[in-house]
Design a protein around this ligand. Structure first.
Ligand code: PLP
Length: 405
């Protein structure tokens, strides 16, 4: 690079107050990091924010535990065989979760697809290669699920080629079971909206020889959900790694019966010519997931819940000072189990709607994300960093005051 260019680059860099991307030809080949003090978010002009919303995929879900990051860094220095890594980590995760076997997947969605693939193909390599084509292969083609459990994530199942058959009552379920039924799928977070509960679901599956499967993606805490459904006898259980477990966002766990997990792995990397070849998990994330799970299990969850509650109370009491506001703290029971503050208002006293209020929070400094609809704001504290509850409390009050008539 010419001296003049270098000087220009240096002054640009200090003007911007951030370091700029490295220029070609300025770094020697080797293993010494040139990362130094870069702030990539600032460099790229990406808005970062305080997350008072929750573990939303679009908001990058959660912050990884420091131990998970240490595991990722350590893993990045060595090579190993991907299958051996998954074997050994899987054994440990299985024993922690009372499962016969387990494997780290690229999220709960991938766990659902791969688990279903395993049920369909068994250990038959011809069937593995054939997915998502089922017709004429001898594979079963139908998955039964309760109408109240049929959410968009069922796409993870239909990606294998199966069709979802919806039922509502026990009688309808039994009538729907036929020689083409591959599995019976359950969605834990909607358990209270369906007529058939977990135990009955598994019992009917056993009686008719149909494998039962369950999605618990966002459903820890309680920590016991990690083993509860394995103990019940579901053939596979799928959970997200990047939500409350605070592992890598693009990781999750598929756990369950030995033969299902072994068959699911036939559709996973390093094997190609499979529907799962693109659902790769690198060694860093496999180990990051493992360590995040360990840490999650070691936490005092009562203590943590009390901390989230204390932060919610602080935000609630600030917001309660604004006239015309109603606040309620909810405690979800099935999934996203964390104190959740619902804020509503008298529209004659607050002249903005939910979208406008969220935009005001977003535009502030620091930027804050909450969720909700046109008529409410919904706030959680489980993704807050130390001291951020105070900022969220003050800003919410300020934004609501400013919108007061
Ligand atoms: C988040 C979620 C998923 C997807 O999980 P990923 O880990 O993001 O793949 C699937 N099912 C339910 C119910 C979820 O909440």
């Amino acid at each position: 690079m010419k001296r003049r260019q270098l000087l220009k680059y240096a002054s640009l860099s200090s003007l911007a107050g951030v370091s700029l991307p490295l220029l070609p030809g300025t770094v020697k080949a080797g293993e010494v990091s040139t990362f130094a003090k870069r702030d990539l978010f600032a460099e790229l002009g990406i808005r970062t924010f305080i997350n008072a919303a929750g573990t939303y995929t679009a908001m990058t879900a959660s912050l990884m535990r420091p131990e998970a990051m240490d595991a990722i860094r350590q893993a990045s220095h060595k090579f190993c065989m991907l299958d051996e890594l998954q074997d050994k980590v899987g054994e440990r995760i299985a024993s922690m979760t009372h499962a016969e076997a387990a494997v780290v997947t690229s999220g709960a969605f991938a766990a659902l697809t791969l688990g279903m693939a395993g049920i369909l193909t068994g250990m038959d390599p011809v069937k593995v290669k054939s997915l998502p084509k089922l017709e004429g292969t001898g594979m079963k083609m139908e998955v039964i699920c309760q109408k109240a459990h049929a959410i968009g994530y069922n796409q993870a199942l239909t990606n294998t080629g199966v069709k979802v058959i919806m039922i509502e009552t026990r009688e309808e379920l039994i009538k729907a079971i036929n020689k083409n039924t591959a599995a019976m799928h359950f969605l834990h977070i909607n358990a209270d909206r369906g007529q058939i509960q977990h135990e009955e679901w598994v019992e009917i599956g056993k009686k008719y020889g149909i494998p039962t499967t369950i999605d618990i993606a966002a459903d820890v805490p309680p920590v016991s959900n990690l083993w509860r459904f394995n103990d019940m006898g579901f053939h596979f259980v799928a959970i997200s790694g990047g939500k409350a477990l605070r592992g890598p966002q693009s990781a999750g766990i598929l756990m369950g019966k030995k033969e299902v997990i072994a068959a699911a792995r036939l559709s996973m990397p390093p094997r190609g010519e499979t529907i799962g070849r693109g659902m790769k998990v690198n060694k860093e994330e496999v180990l990051g997931m493992y360590v995040a799970l360990e840490s999650f299990m070691a936490i005092d969850h009562d203590e943590e819940y009390k901390m989230f509650q204390k932060r919610i109370d602080k935000i609630k009491s600030a917001v309660d000072q604004v006239s015309g506001i109603t606040t309620v703290v909810n405690h979800p029971k099935l999934g996203n189990v964390t104190p959740t503050l619902n804020i509503t208002w008298d529209a004659t006293k607050i002249k903005k709607d939910g979208n406008q209020l969220r935009e005001d929070l977003r535009k502030g400094d620091p930027s804050i994300e909450v969720v909700g609809g046109k008529d409410n704001l919904s706030v959680t504290t489980w993704s807050l960093q130390e001291g951020e509850d105070k900022i969220v409390a003050a800003r919410l009050k300020e934004v609501l005051m400013a919108a007061s008539v």
